[in-house]
Design a protein around this ligand. Structure first.
Ligand code: SAM
Length: 232
């Protein structure tokens, strides 16, 4: 299948995501497989923010999908801190072009997210904060511009869950390197989880060494099985 060039990250010769299934894919792999709703309800009850880490912000499709997922949940008073990282930040215009593939489904969310992204200066390295108010509550996106290991080292809080979404291990082994996944394990709460679309052997070994107990769970679209880990 010919992949539209605007969907391909030229740094890695790999696409950001499959535009047809990408919102549903994120909801299955990263949200449902991680029991996000049940865990977020526990956060509302204990008045503690739910803390997410992501490797690979890209065009923001996962966070856009999360906005839709949470809006549909009907929950209120939710507080989510979404920590992500991007080494090669897209311009807001390119991000909009990419996300517009979903405009019939989540047009308002795209506008909100791209305007928030436009307000930060992506030419400056380090943390950038975007606070988005939605009907479900508050979504605070903390985006680190720079390399993933720097971001993980700079994180001051432990995450409830990690979304590992950094291109295929064949195209981009560096975002799956054991040293980085080990630090991600260190920055995960006991009982916290991680999820990723890849089931590559090297990724599994590095996640096990980082303290995660792994199992395969249902994927979405072309992926029958994906990985889920629980930090011991
Ligand atoms: C598959 S894309 C992410 C897709 C994104 N989650 C989305 O939904 O739009 C992976 C992203 O990770 C970024 N990336 C790759 N290696 C990185 C690294 N070592 N540190 C930080 N970002 C990296 C790439 O530039 C790319 O934007």
């Amino acid at each position: 299948m010919l992949i539209p060039s605007y969907l391909v990250n030229e740094q890695f010769d790999d696409r950001y995501f499959d535009v047809v299934n990408a919102l549903d894919e994120a909801q299955q792999i990263y949200f449902r497989n991680n029991n996000l709703i049940e865990r977020i309800i526990m956060g509302i009850e204990s008045k503690t923010p739910f803390i997410i880490g992501e490797t690979g912000f890209g065009a923001g499709r996962v966070v856009l999908s999360l906005m839709e997922f949470m809006e549909k949940s009907g929950l209120k008073n939710v507080s989510i801190e979404y920590n992500s990282v991007e080494l090669y930040p897209l311009s807001p215009e390119r991000m909009l072009d990419i996300l517009n593939g979903f405009k019939d489904r989540v047009g308002e969310g795209i506008h909100t997210l791209v305007e928030a992204y436009r307000s930060i200066d992506i030419s400056v390295s380090g943390w950038h904060s975007m606070k988005i108010q939605q009907s479900f509550g508050t979504l605070e996106i903390n985006l680190w511009i720079g390399e993933a290991l720097e971001m993980v080292n700079a994180l001051e809080k432990l995450c409830d869950v990690w979304f590992l979404d950094g291109h295929s291990p064949k195209k981009n082994p560096s975002i799956w390197r054991p040293e980085l996944l080990m630090e991600i394990g260190e920055k995960t709460k006991t009982g916290g989880t991680c999820a990723t679309f890849t089931v590559a052997g090297a990724v599994k070994s590095a996640l096990i060494s980082a303290g995660f107990t792994l199992k395969k769970l249902p994927g979405c679209g072309g992926k029958n099985e994906v990985l889920h880990g629980v930090k011991g």
